[in-house]
Design a protein around this ligand. Structure first.
Ligand code: UD1
Ligand code: CA
Length: 449
């Protein structure tokens, strides 16, 4: 048996009040539609078709080279019409999941259960349902006397008795693909919204004598759909809670999960401690035994093991094992620290390699530089890397000691084990094992009255 999935995502998402297509809005650092795709893949289904309309070029661009197929629904004439657009892309013999693109809390496990349930019942269609305290806005599940499905009625078409029903249609289904597409040819748009309702094929299938099942789930958060930015914030909160919980169960200590924001794809090793008010984003990977925070913001960076970072900003940087960073350090893109480096307070590093065991403890700017091993950069030292037109390189070889408040006017190289005197402006290369001093001799003049 082969499986496929169709995700309906052609709607505009009017209530987002946004230029951006709804399914591209992000929750916990990932676009909404990617959560649905990941849940489908997590359930072992790799043949995925996305039905797109509004903002389709943007969605296709974001998902290019992912192997996902796209169907176009030019006009949004309803969910039934939307599914029909995928007909040529799904094999009739497949078992087909049908989902919406705006339900980021859906989990792979639930889809696995749905597929398993559908197979065991040998059904033509299975609807995923849930009992809601407040069912407003959802389609209601109407059951027959024996408990089996009679039909699904949209709120706008429902009678007062039907509106009182609290079991709702999640908008997630499993179908025998060929059977579903054939039934879709028979739906009509004679309802309150003048749309082709996907839900109408269930009644058609029942009348055909096909087996239609309902799988009811308990956890209503799973099928929570995002229609506006208030709901987006709610989903974000739940996704973050899930991520924090996942990390904690895998050996990461999070002192205050309430103020810790970690994106879904971040990886953190065991026995790392995350202190309050810390944000870790994007494709960041952090090793074991680290201490991160408080008040630290890291994105798209790689940190080794036993690294400490306090009150700092790290952006697209790489940090080796045993480094200490901060408080108040700023590592910018392409900063690369080897093992055992110390970067202290008010230090900014950009596009530079800092060799093992080197120290830049206070008040420095290091840009476009290469530092060897065991280099010590005195307080207040800066690389003058930019001449107004071009950026130039600074090279400090192994064992160099830079006196406090040195200006390194690039391009410039300081040879192995050389020293610069405090307050010097160094604009010429310094050979190895040399003391370079550039400053006027101190004079003592008589003080005037
Ligand atoms: C739908 C169901 C309703 C269910 C609810 C669950 C129908 C008729 N109703 O209602 O029973 O309780 O979902 O959330 O199916 N879409 C398209 N093209 C269209 C219309 C919709 O691609 O022409 C997509 C939307 O982008 C969205 C999904 O289908 O991802 C659901 O559409 P939406 O308009 O939100 O359906 P509901 O009215 O909420
Ligand atoms: Ca909806």
């Amino acid at each position: 048996m082969e499986y496929s999935a169709v995700i309906l995502a052609a709607g505009k998402g009017v209530r987002m009040k946004s230029e951006l297509p709804k399914v591209l809005h992000q929750a916990a650092g990932k676009p909404l539609v990617n959560y649905v795709i990941d849940a489908v893949r997590g359930a072992g289904v790799s043949d995925i078709t996305l039905v797109l309309g509004h903002g389709r070029a943007e969605v296709e661009k974001m998902l290019q080279d992912t192997g996902i197929k796209f169907a176009l629904q030019e006009q949004q004439l309803g969910t039934g019409h939307a599914l029909m657009q995928a007909r040529d892309l799904v094999k009739p013999a497949d078992i087909m999941l049908v989902l919406a693109g705006d339900t980021p809390l859906l989990q792979a496990e639930t889809l696995k259960n749905l597929l398993e349930f559908h197979r065991q019942k040998q059904a033509a269609a299975t609807v995923l349902s849930c009992e809601f305290n407040n069912p407003r806005g959802y389609g209601r599940i109407v059951r027959q006397a024996d408990g089996s499905l009679a039909r699904i009625v949209e709120e706008k078409d429902a009678s007062p008795q039907e509106k009182a029903l609290r079991e709702i249609n999640s908008g997630m289904y499993c179908f025998q693909a060929g059977t579903a597409f054939e039934a879709l040819t028979r739906i009509k748009a004679n309802n309150a919204q003048g749309e082709y309702y996907l839900t109408d094929i269930l009644e058609i299938l029942i009348n055909d004598g096909q087996k239609v099942e309902i799988m009811r789930i308990e956890d209503e958060t799973e099928i929570y759909g995002i229609n506006n930015r208030v709901q987006l914030a709610y989903a974000e909160k739940i996704l973050r809670q899930r991520k924090n919980r996942d990390l904690m169960l895998n050996g990461v200590t999070i002192m205050d999960p309430e103020t810790t924001y970690i994106d879904q794809d971040v990886i953190i090793g065991s026995d790392t401690l995350i202190l309050p008010s810390t944000i870790i984003e994007g494709r960041t990977r952090i090793g074991s035994g680290c201490e991160i925070g408080p008040f630290t913001h890291i994105n798209d960076s790689q940190l080794g093991n036993r690294v400490t970072v306090e009150n700092s900003r790290i952006k697209e940087a790489r940090v080796g094992d045993g480094c200490t960073i901060g408080p108040f350090a700023y590592l910018r893109p392409q900063a690369e620290l080897a093992d055992g480096v110390k970067v202290g307070d008010f230090v900014e590093i950009k596009k530079s390699y800092i060799g093992a065991g080197s120290k830049i403890p206070h008040l420095s700017y290091v840009g476009d530089a290469t530092l060897g091993k065991g280099v010590n950069v005195g307080a207040g030292t800066i690389t003058c890397n930019y001449d107004g037109k071009n950026k130039h390189q600074t090279i400090l070889e192994d064992g160099v000691f830079i006196g406090s408040n040195t200006n390194l006017v690039a391009p410039v190289t300081i040879g192995e084990n050389s020293v610069t005197g405090a307050g010097s402006t160094i604009s010429r290369n310094v050979p190895a094992n040399t003391l370079a001093v550039e400053r006027a001799e101190q004079k003592h003049l008589k003080k005037r009255k």
